[in-house]
Design a protein around this ligand. Structure first.
Ligand SMILES: NC(=O)c1ccc[n+]([C@@H]2O[C@H](COP(=O)([O-])OP(=O)(O)OC[C@H]3O[C@@H](n4cnc5c(N)ncnc54)[C@H](OP(=O)(O)O)[C@@H]3O)[C@@H](O)[C@H]2O)c1
Length: 286
């Protein structure tokens, strides 16, 4: 019988890839999802799907039953910190041994940025749980470019700031290695791709890979706030995102690390390769 691993947030950008890679490696997968399974990986046979969210202790107890190692990713409202504190208690009581958590670059309980602080506090809750832990601290996902370029326009308030964009397939590969293998306990992996690129450079690379035109426009902050409101985003999330774009514009996210190589013994995927592998999906946005 293959071991079953729990994935919380299996509908998410990284979670869906974690499910796929676990299945492809022949492992069993149980997924806890809040909403209707949205992604193909979850619809594949053999995935045990449970409904529930991080506020539902009963659902969490059922989800962790018989589980040795799990992956967890959620979104980042203030209450996510308290949810994580409660969750690690539930996991410990059930006999879970290892938790691999999707955090973010610059996680720090004392950070000025809400996002970094909330990630830091959730990391701390995990470290204080007594369970084995691995923190995944990625920078921004290359896969965001499959959503952020409708009509070929990257209308974003990123200035000329650069980011060490990472492929979610690499983050998931580290998650799977940490869940299923040894030697990753107590590690906080800072995960980036091989180069720090500006939005202009992304647009140029996407255009070259697809033979179609992608254009970046540096959008004023207020205009971007109005765009997000029009899309129905909540104010706490808009504030969080704008704080992030301020950090991007000042080049704070221009770091490149060797975290993928440390964890997997191979180089991180470059943006050109990402574009080549996703050329059809990039073009579908046009
Ligand atoms: N996007 C990036 O570029 C990026 C970069 C670095 C770090 N991160 C971090 O990665 C994490 C996930 O972000 P993302 O962009 O990957 O979002 P995402 O794709 O929407 O994934 C979040 C997942 O968490 C689930 N979820 C959220 N709140 C939950 C709750 N209360 N209970 C149970 N499940 C819950 C969602 O489930 P449903 O789909 O069922 O609602 C979704 O599957 C965040 O902590 C973010 O800070 C993101």
């Amino acid at each position: 019988m293959p071991e079953t691993f729990l994935v919380i947030g299996g509908n998410g950008r990284v979670g869906r890839e974690v499910v796929t890679q676990l299945l492809d490696a022949g492992h069993g997968v149980r997924a806890l999802v809040r909403s209707e399974p949205k992604v193909d990986a979850l619809r594949r046979s053999g995935v045990e799907i449970l409904r529930g969210d991080m506020d539902n202790a009963e659902a969490l107890r059922s989800a962790v039953e018989g589980i040795r190692a799990l992956y967890v990713a959620t979104s980042d409202p203030e209450e996510s910190v308290e949810q994580m504190r409660r969750f690690v208690g539930i996991a410990r009581e059930a006999g879970v041994e290892k938790i691999v958590r999707l955090s973010a670059m610059s996680a720090d309980p004392d950070a000025a940025s809400d996002l970094s602080r909330r990630h830091g506090l959730r990391e701390r809750a995990l470290e204080e749980s007594g369970l084995a832990w691995t923190h995944l601290r990625p920078t921004w996902f290359m896969q965001m470019m499959l959503e952020y370029a409708p009509g070929g326009r990257l209308d974003l308030p990123g200035g000329e700031g650069r980011i060490g964009w990472i492929d979610t397939r690499d983050i998931a590969a580290v998650a799977v290695a940490a869940m299923t293998g040894e030697g990753h306990e107590g590690k906080a992996y800072e995960l980036t791709g091989p180069a720090a690129l500006s939005y202009q450079e992304l647009a140029d690379t996407m255009s070259a890979a697809t033979g179609r035109e992608f254009v970046y426009r540096d959008v004023p902050r207020d205009e971007y706030r109005a765009m997000m409101r029009a899309e129905g985003e909540e104010d706490w999330y808009i504030d969080l995102v704008l704080q992030l774009y301020d950090r991007i514009s000042s080049d704070e996210l221009a770091l490149v690390t060797d975290g993928v190589e440390q964890a997997l013994g191979r180089k991180a995927t470059g943006f050109e390769v990402f574009c080549r592998d996703h050329a059809d999906a990039l073009i579908r946005q046009l």
